[in-house]
Design a protein around this ligand. Structure first.
Ligand code: FDA
Length: 382
């Protein structure tokens, strides 16, 4: 390992961006990942029976307001013009999400103007009469009123957290988007699309420079002793694990995916159907063929994935930081320890205990490369 100028732990978007940037200035880079594939959580592969591209760690929709990040990623992939839309199933009826004027009119069974809908929701949200919300349920009611909360938020949230929303802290939600028009596009960002040749092709291209080596199925903690202290390390694994859980474990939620190939051409007519009813155990069903309507997939079969949410143990894939006040306190201690590491740089969603969208992981890697890593690499041989 001493022939490398930089070692990167994790071949997800954060690590791949760092590797690509360092290689572009002529540095020799080693990327380690303990998984058998590159791409981190954005990894996708074609399901063998149908050839349909499946995002193995949950649906990944690319979107960004940032032109620099969009242009950067466009060097490694073309994008389709996919526009994400989400629907929700509730008591045998289907509504468009996020809650918009169409959802409101359909739910209250009457046509309303934007102002009428706004007034109705405001009246219903006034139920707490100025009282400070003391749990998630009250907070949600203060934002959108009880009827919409009970229909679209309560069951879904209870399943996500496996906890009654009255027992969840109010700070979990700060806002619940309601649109007073019929726009049902899920994202508001200027740039959106899915990679024309799939996600994994992006990573192959980002890591294709001859001065980048990739070692898969390689756990950093098993090779750590062989890495000279003089070689900088970018670490995108879990920060608590790096410090042997010295301040305890950080809380995460995980998702169990139940994948099924069905002998129907089209199961649900859309990519993502949420299930708001509490008695249906999964939170949503993904049907992957709908992410790529431009592809010539066979029409006899389809791939669906049911998602079940629960809190993660150390053995599970960490997906969403829980971020209780106790987690926040622990993270601050780990962050302080990280700042005292001279030649290790922490980044990405696991390394900073933060939910990051893909564009944010890329943007934060580009920024940290410029401000911290490039200067360190340039100083190496002077
Ligand atoms: P990422 O987790 O991708 O990569 C870290 C890598 O480090 C992993 O491959 C891991 O194996 C490796 N690693 C960890 N410890 C190691 C060790 N000890 N040794 C070696 N390797 C180690 N974003 C978005 O923009 N649109 C979307 O629709 C979605 N959807 C979505 C759904 C779900 C369910 C989740 C959980 C997340 C999303 N995301 C998303 C977020 C997206 O997944 C996220 O932005 C990227 O994964 C962040 O990239 P990182 O490189 O930070 O982490």
């Amino acid at each position: 390992v001493s022939e490398f100028d930089l070692i990167i732990v994790g071949a997800g978007f954060y690590g791949a961006t760092m590797a690509e940037r360092a290689a572009a200035i002529g540095k020799r880079v080693l990327v380690l990942d303990r998984r058998p594939h590159i791409g981190g959580n954005a990894y996708s592969e074609n399901e063998p029976e149908t050839g349909i591209e499946v995002h193995r760690y949950g649906a990944h929709l690319f979107h960004t307001p940032n032109e620099t990040i969009w242009n950067y990623l466009n060097r490694f992939t073309a994008f389709t013009n996919y526009r994400h839309r989400v629907y929700t199933s509730l008591k045998g009826q289907v509504y468009a999400m996020p809650i918009n004027l169409g959802t409101i009119c359909q739910f209250f069974r009457r046509q309303m103007t934007p102002d009428q809908a706004r007034q109705l929701v405001a009246e219903q949200a006034a139920e707490l009469a100025g009282r400070t919300p003391s749990n998630l349920e009250e907070k949600a009611i203060s934002l959108i009123g009880r009827p919409l909360y009970e229909a679209f938020i309560r069951g879904y949230t209870a399943k996500q957290w496996q906890t009654d929303p009255r027992d969840l802290p109010e700070y979990i939600i700060t806002r619940l988007p309601v649109r007073y028009n019929f726009d049902n596009r899920y994202f508001n960002d200027r740039f959106e699309g899915l990679p024309a040749d799939g996600y994994t092709a992006i990573f192959k291209r980002m890591l294709s420079a001859p001065n980048i080596s990739v070692a898969l199925k390689t756990d950093f903690f098993e090779v750590r002793k062989r890495i000279p202290k003089s070689v900088p390390v970018v670490y995108t694994g879990p920060i608590d694990r790096f410090f042997d859980f010295a301040h305890g474990e950080l809380g995460w939620r995980t998702i169990d995916f139940d994948t099924e190939v069905l002998s129907v051409g089209d199961f649900q007519g859309t990519a993502v159907m949420n299930y708001a009813d509490e008695n249906i155990p999964f939170t949503r069903i993904l049907e992957f063929r709908h992410f790529n309507p431009e592809r010539d997939y066979q029409t006899e079969k389809t791939v669906v994935v049911r998602e079940y949410s629960r809190s993660a143990t150390r053995l599970d894939e960490p997906y969403y930081p829980i971020n209780t006040p106790s987690d926040k306190g622990k993270y601050m201690k780990y962050k302080e320890m990280a700042e005292n590491e001279d030649n290790v740089f922490f980044g990405g969603r696991l390394g900073t205990y933060r939910y990051l969208d893909m564009h944010q992981a890329i943007g934060s890697a580009l920024k940290s490369f410029e401000s911290e890593i490039a200067p360190r690499l340039e100083a190496q041989h002077t």
